[in-house]
Structures are given as C-alpha cells and as structure tokens.
Ligand binder design. Structure first.
Ligand SMILES: C[S@@+](CC[C@H](N)C(=O)[O-])C[C@H]1O[C@@H](n2cnc3c(N)ncnc32)[C@H](O)[C@@H]1O
Length: 279
C-alpha cells in the first residue's frame, strides 16, 4: 500500500523483523474468522464512539493493531478526501487497500512513532496483550496533537457469566473453557481486567476529559461474540490443551455453543475516550 506522507521513514532500525509474543497469530488460518467476528461483534460500539469525537474530513488518524482493518476502513471514509489513516499491526496482511489508508508493519511497543501527529488514535483489544501497556499508552499520548483524541476499547473478561445452559454438564464445560482461556491469556501476558483499568491509566498518562462507557451483549447461538468463542477453540487449541482441556472437550464445547437454549453474558467491553490537553 501507499506510504502515508505524514509518517516519517522508519528509524535507524528497519521495521521488517517485527516480533511479538501475541497470543493469537495473524498468520494462522483462523485469523480471518477472528477479525470478521471481532468486527461484527464490536464495530457497532467502536464506530459509534469514534463518531462522537466528530472525526471528519481532514483528520489524521492512527489505528493501532488494526487486525482486519474494519475500523481503519471506516475512518478512511470519514476523513476523505484530505485526511489520512495509518493502520499499524505487527502483521498488517489482512488490511484491504483503500484510498487514504496506509497499512504498516509496526510494533507499537518498540518501533518509532511520530510525535504530535494524530488528531485521533484508536486501539481496540491490543494493549491488553502488551505487558508494557502503560509505556505504550504514554507513546500514544505523545503521538497525539494537543487536543487530540485517544479511544481505547478493551475487555474486562473477569465478568462473563453463563445465564442458561441445556444441562449442568454443558454449564460446567462452558465454565471450564472460560477458565482455560483465561489461563492461556494470562500466560501470554494479557491483563484480563485491563478494560476497567484504562480510565485511570489514561489519567496517569496525562489525558483529560476521560469518558469510559461499559458495554455488554447477549451471547446466543449465531451471535458474533459467541462465534468468537467457537473460533478460539481452534485458534487457541494448543494453549487450551496445555491448560487441561481435551480434544473431546473442545468438540463437545463447539456443539454446546450451537445449543438453541444457550444464553450467556459477554465480557464487559469498555470504550474509553481521553483527550490530550490543548496547549
Ligand atoms: C485481538 S486483535 C484486535 C484487532 C483489531 N484492533 C480489532 O479490534 O478488530 C489484536 C491485534 O493487535 C496486533 N498486535 C499484537 N501485538 C502488537 C504490537 N506489539 N504492535 C502492533 N500490533 C500488535 C495483532 O497482530 C492483532 O492484529
């Protein structure tokens, strides 16, 4: 894709050998489904919150850890024709070309980022994976222009209760799966409760006008947020087996997630706004 003229060439270290201990893997055949379900389940909230900032023609935006690029694509349409969107990811291979959108292989924890460049930065479900998330937040704040907006959308997965299962053994299996997934995430450096910590972390990073909005949705068969769990049984298979699940458990869980009666509450998604103080 075209290079964004607002972004300087890479610093002294080339950005080609981007690496991370990220628990998912964008090169995995399941990654396309992951990005599709994330967009389906969470774009309605993310995009409504972005619209609240007033983002429009001429704005320069950064989407950190863009994944499938759905948020960046929406932004590119909003800021056209004079604005720009930079979509970064350690593996930006899933981003489709679009006018005004530049995709860049970039590790937000280590690669150079321009200072005071962006009117709006959005990061959804990325910082939770980065053990040095407070330092990354500081870098994002430095990359904002004075008065610029930061939107961080993140889960708190310590709350995601099961509401209704066909029988006790299905309920037990669902809860064992959530516990195993939690173990996989923690082993990969994820803070499962990061979503609820974002407002204070933003204040510590010097942002003002901090505005957190918690959001939950119903998990029912066919809902994207439940399909995401089914997808995890494939994408995180090795970790789930290491955490004590068996192949038979994973197969039974996939069937259970299609039970018409199944109802669960999603984890909490926190969509948090903060602004860099104007000069
Ligand atoms: C759970 S996905 C979320 C994708 C997208 N933001 C969304 O919400 O649909 C996390 C994304 O962050 C990317 N990522 C992980 N570690 C990263 C890092 N250190 N720097 C940049 N991107 C990273 C992954 O490659 C992945 O695409």
């Amino acid at each position: 894709m075209d290079r964004d003229p607002t972004i300087p060439e890479a610093g002294p270290e080339p950005m080609t050998d981007v690496r991370t201990d990220y628990v998912f893997d964008n090169a995995h055949p399941q990654a396309v489904r992951q990005h599709r379900y994330l967009a389906e389940a969470h774009d309605p909230l993310t995009l409504a919150r972005l619209a609240e900032t007033g983002v429009g023609p001429g704005w320069h935006c950064l989407d950190v850890g863009t994944g499938g690029g759905s948020v960046a694509a929406w932004l590119a349409d909003r800021v056209a024709p004079s604005g720009s969107v930079l979509a970064t990811d350690v593996d930006p291979g899933h981003v489709r070309p679009r006018p005004g959108l530049t995709a860049l292989a970039h590790d937000i924890a280590t690669d150079p980022l321009p200072e005071a460049r962006f009117d709006l930065i959005v990061a959804r479900l990325v910082l939770r994976h980065l053990p040095d998330r407070a330092a990354v937040l500081d870098r994002l704040v430095r990359a904002l222009v004075p008065g610029g907006w930061l939107q961080v959308d993140e889960f708190d997965t310590t709350y995601e209760p099961l509401l209704l299962a066909p029988d006790e053994s299905t309920a037990h299996l669902y809860r064992r799966f959530l516990a195993a997934k939690d173990a996989v995430m923690r082993a990969g450096g994820v803070d499962p409760a990061w979503g609820r910590r974002v407002p204070e972390a933003m204040r510590a990073a010097g942002l003002v006008d901090i505005d957190p909005r918690p959001h939950v949705q119903l998990r029912h068969p066919g809902a994207a947020d439940l399909l995401l769990l089914e997808h995890h049984t494939h994408h995180l298979r090795d970790g789930l087996l290491a955490a004590g699940m068996t192949e038979a458990d994973l197969g039974a869980l996939r069937s259970a997630l299609r039970e018409p009666e199944l109802r669960a509450c999603s984890s909490v998604m926190y969509s948090v706004h903060g602004r860099k103080p104007a000069r």
